[in-house]
Design a protein around this ligand. Structure first.
Ligand code: GLC
Ligand code: CA
Length: 561
């Protein structure tokens, strides 16, 4: 990445993901809404946010919390009205904040009229919008893929006992047939309709799934359920860029919009097809850190990353993307455990270690995406029974673990850590009943730690997690280091030193980021004399010309001569 890169309006922004259902409720029904987002725009502006990604607010039965859309042109009444949405666009614009919506087009809801019409007439026009096959009881299914939420990805087509349809997610999320040009036209038309309204772009959901290996076939069975992970099919799928380039030409490019893909399973050699000068998207998420320890199927097999693994994933990702384009960096999102609970050993969880994690992520090249609540260090929630879990994915995982012969206790343990509920508990605004999220009864349990961890307590307290986030953001958006942090190069520093995560950003300035990812103090050699300590999560920083001492979980951001 360098001086020749074409500058884009979004390069220097910091983005923020809102999970509307859990952000702010304004009408006491216990569910966050669009008016709640409008109410908090000043808060976000003050934090330094320039782009908001809204998780889905379209009309939906909410089987997968809005990732099952039954009308792409309507706002779901639990979130508000189209007028509310238009007001949000207008108010955001006033504050120079761009709004992104979630584009969920691998599938729609089984309550979408396309699917209803397909059920009425599977041979007709809308039947071809989906993957529908003839099938008779006792026959093998067209393929043995396991849906992401557990079980076969085939189900009987409602109203028929001799036809089945494909859903790689939940059965209420039938897959759309992207091989059908008519379907693709409908999608582009819809995307442009929102962009014409003033939407700045999209976060693109589960996009890698739109290209299937056809005709359907089996892949090696990898669990006791006799099914095969969809990853096996995806690693063989080719040609997705044809669809994505068409989408970019027809929608993103004419609007100069921003697009960020939820992209998994891409070989390094093909990254350039997705982002950068010739890519179909503006950016894509870096999930490399999130995948550590998840090699084996079944979340009961998963484990938390070590500091060394985290460093390796972070650095490898930056090195392979250098010169290609802008990654979007996250610590967590609505599908992941809270990052502080996941990456930091439980006994070391503190405001200091939370701030360290923030600093490491926000100083990287690329675009930071902060997930709601991350800026106050929200943590995973404790769960004592599977009945307390809302997330359909975690529920499917639990069932899958039992089929694999795992004890209910063990199965629950993994589900507790990886359940998507962790990220979906309501935002902790203050310490009053309802955590300032609602005056009614929250749709989902509020993390009981809201009494201690909440915005009100942290705002204005100089050493809080929140104030640290604010400083990190302002370094990227309005400081003298801005140019270096946005466009400067990335070089790993003292990579082999255990529990040290350190890198250099170099542009018109030279900035060293040094973090002690462990509880024991350590010292490190500096690459040159320190010109200025820009920011640290602890007040005392000991340096001489050659060395710096780092306390446990200390991060220091400094300018080097
Ligand atoms: C993406 C979303 C997730 C959703 C899935 C199906 O992974 O982030 O929340 O369940 O796609 O749409
Ligand atoms: Ca509400």
């Amino acid at each position: 990445m360098g001086v020749f890169m074409k500058r884009k309006w979004w390069h220097g922004k910091v983005a923020y993901q809102i999970y509307p259902k859990s952000f702010k409720d304004t009408n006491k029904d216990g569910i966050g809404d669009i008016r709640g987002v409008i109410e908090k725009l000043d808060y976000l502006k003050d934090l330094g946010i320039g782009i908001i990604w809204l998780s889905p607010i379209y009309k939906s039965p909410l089987a997968d919390q809005g990732y099952d859309i039954s009308d792409y042109y309507a706002i779901d009444p639990v979130f508000g009205t189209m007028d509310d949405f238009e007001e949000l666009l207008k108010e955001a614009k006033k504050r120079d904040i761009a709004i992104l919506m979630d584009l969920v087009v691998n599938h729609c809801s089984d309550e979408h009229e396309w699917f209803k019409k397909a059920c009425e007439d599977p041979e007709g026009e809308y039947g071809r919008y989906f993957y529908i096959r003839d099938w008779h009881k006792g026959e093998p299914l067209p393929c043995n893929w396991r849906s992401y939420f557990g079980g076969s990805c085939w189900d009987l087509l409602p109203g028929h006992d001799d036809k089945i349809y494909l859903h790689v997610f939940h059965k209420k999320q039938p897959d759309l047939n992207w091989e059908n040009p008519k379907l693709r036209e409908e999608i582009y038309k819809m995307m442009n309709w929102w962009l014409d309204k003033g939407l700045a772009g999209y976060r693109i959901d589960a996009i890698i799934n739109i290209k299937k290996v056809l005709p359907f076939k089996d892949y090696p069975i990898d669990r006791a359920d006799g099914l095969s992970s969809i990853d096996n099919m995806l690693s063989e799928a080719r040609g997705i860029e044809v669809f994505l380039n068409e989408m970019a030409e027809r929608t993103f490019k004419p609007h100069d919009s921003f697009s960020v893909g939820e992209v998994f399973n891409v070989p390094d050699s093909e990254l350039y097809k997705f982002i950068g000068e010739d890519g179909c998207f503006s950016s894509m998420f870096d999930f490399n850190e999130h995948l550590i320890g998840r090699e084996k199927p079944g979340s009961y097999n998963w484990r938390k990353p070590t500091a060394e693994e985290y460093k390796k994933a972070l650095f490898d990702a930056q090195e392979k993307i250098a010169g290609v384009g802008f990654y979007s960096n996250i610590i967590e999102n609505h599908d992941e455990p809270r990052g502080v609970s996941h990456y930091i050993p439980e006994e070391d969880l503190s405001e200091t270690s939370k701030k360290m994690l923030a600093g490491l992520s926000l100083m990287l090249p690329g675009l930071p995406f902060i997930y709601q609540g991350q800026e106050i260090g929200m943590e995973n929630i404790t769960v004592s029974s599977i009945d307390e879990i809302d997330d359909i994915s975690a529920r499917g995982e639990y069932e899958g673990a039992l089929i694999d012969g795992i004890s209910p206790e063990e199965a629950l343990k993994s589900v507790v850590h990886y359940s998507r509920d962790n990220a979906r508990t309501p935002f902790q605004w203050d310490d009053t009943k309802g955590a300032g999220f609602t005056d009614g009864t929250a749709w989902m349990r509020i993390n009981p730690n809201y009494k201690d961890i909440n915005l009100k307590e942290q705002k204005g307290r100089a050493n809080s997690v929140f104030e640290f986030y604010k400083k990190l953001i302002s370094l990227r958006t309005e400081s003298e280091y801005k140019e270096t942090l946005i466009y400067g190069s990335f070089t790993a520093y003292l990579r082999e030193k255990e529990n040290l995560v350190s890198y250099i950003r170099e542009g018109d300035r030279k900035v060293l980021i040094a973090a002690n990812f462990g509880g024991a103090p350590q010292s490190m050699t500096l690459p040159g004399p320190v010109k200025n300590i820009i920011l640290s999560n602890l007040t005392d920083t000991e340096t001489d010309r050659n060395m710096i001492d780092l306390a446990g979980y200390q991060i220091v951001i400094m300018e080097i001569e």
